[in-house]
Write a protein that binds this ligand. Structure first.
Ligand SMILES: O=C(CO)[C@H](O)[C@H](O)COP(=O)(O)O
Length: 219
């Protein structure tokens, strides 16, 4: 199976986690695009969605799936999203699509996080994928200096402006052996909106697409 076929497979499997009459959180990316297409087939089952990006909102609305304002919703039954990397404890790197901050907000609203990935995203230690960090434009150079002091090599993702009007630094060379403490450390620097480590908001379940089918991992 191709990587895209594995993404479609896990996206379809995630429909089992969509509870009748509930509001669900929807992530961003090519795997989630498959999920949105699958969700369209059962859209009458749910009360609505909260979306993590303009891109996903547009796709949801094109299918006639209601998208609600996060401020009007108290709790989500589930948040379904992809990841750039996931370790064996459910910690993730996210933000390859620059939607990390809204993704973390929607994840924070949800009772559980169902991560949908193909097997290529599984790692022993996070950091092979460059860590995205969303920064307020004025803080770009200072946060980059801080990241270098931490042992990383930050690159500005030029030309990319997030849905929140901010910039992305992609950090190579980090070996993230303690995801929770590195997430907390980076997030406290002035000008950082959030970093793409999802340790505080790790996956509850991962549906992993493999050549043998969908593997369900619980953390
Ligand atoms: O974090 C994300 C977007 O900000 C995505 O979940 C991540 O980049 C995975 O994307 P894809 O499903 O296209 O591989």
């Amino acid at each position: 199976m191709t990587q895209d076929e594995l993404k479609a497979l896990v996206a379809k499997a995630a429909i089992d986690y969509v509870g009748a009459g509930t509001i669900i959180g929807v992530g961003t990316g090519s795997t989630v695009n498959h999920f949105i297409d699958a969700l369209a087939l059962v859209k009458d089952r749910i009360a609505g969605t909260v979306s993590s990006s303009i891109q996903s909102t547009e796709r949801l609305r094109a299918h006639g799936i209601p998208v609600l304002d996060a401020n009007d919703v108290e709790i989500l039954s589930v948040y379904i999203d992809g990841a750039d990397e996931i370790d064996h404890r459910g910690h993730m790197i996210k933000g390859g699509g620059a939607a990390l901050t809204r993704e973390k907000i929607v994840a924070d609203m949800a009772a559980q996080f169902v991560c949908i990935v193909d097997v290529s995203k599984q790692v022993d230690v996070l950091g092979r994928f460059p860590l995205p960090v969303e920064v307020i434009p004025m803080a770009r150079a200072q946060v980059a200096r801080r990241l270098r002091q931490l042992g990383g090599e930050p690159t500005w993702r030029e030309g990319v402006v997030t849905d929140n009007g901010n910039l992305i630094l992609d950090v190579r060379g980090l070996k993230i052996t303690d995801p929770l403490s590195m997430e907390q450390e980076i997030n406290q620097w002035p000008g950082v909106v959030t970093c793409g480590i999802f340790a505080r908001h790790k996956a509850s379940v991962c549906l992993m697409g493999t050549a043998q089918g969908v593997q369900t991992l619980r953390y």
